[in-house]
Design a protein around this ligand. Structure first.
Ligand code: FES
Length: 129
């Protein structure tokens, strides 16, 4: 297999991947693994999409209803080992791993943690900070 040539030019890299130059304050991962999917991970993800996009906080292309200046990056992820206690939601740079997140918890996570900077300790099971 022929590997692609490594691009050294940082400006070209930022052009090819604009997120590399974006001012992201939080990166939120929502687990979409098999076990989390069984406890409605898709509804949790959709609730984050709605809460963040309605507030103009979700980073991304305008053509997709997102904000190119948005401070929050929302990403799907695979299993992180919280399979029996999903839905797992991870928030960085704080390194807070929320467990048993339900659709009804999302607004609180957005308002208190992502906007207000206050961790929701009743849901936080693991912290790397
Ligand atoms: S499937 Fe979500 S943590 Fe394992």
């Amino acid at each position: 297999m022929k590997l692609p040539k490594i691009i050294e030019d940082k400006e070209k890299l930022r052009f090819l991947a604009p997120v590399a130059g974006a001012e992201i304050r939080h990166h939120v991962f929502v687990c979409g693994g098999t076990s989390c999917s069984k406890v409605d991970a898709s509804s949790v993800k959709e609730a984050f999409v709605k809460e963040l996009e309605n507030r103009g906080l979700r980073y991304g292309k305008e053509s997709k209803g997102r904000n190119p200046e948005g401070p929050i990056l929302l990403t799907d992820c695979g299993s992180v080992g919280f399979c029996s206690i999903g839905v797992a939601v991870l928030v960085y740079p704080e390194g807070i791993w929320y467990a048993q997140v339900r659709e009804s918890d999302v607004r609180e996570i957005v308002e208190k943690h992502l906007i207000g900077g206050e961790v929701i300790w009743r849901l936080a099971l693991k912290s790397f900070s």
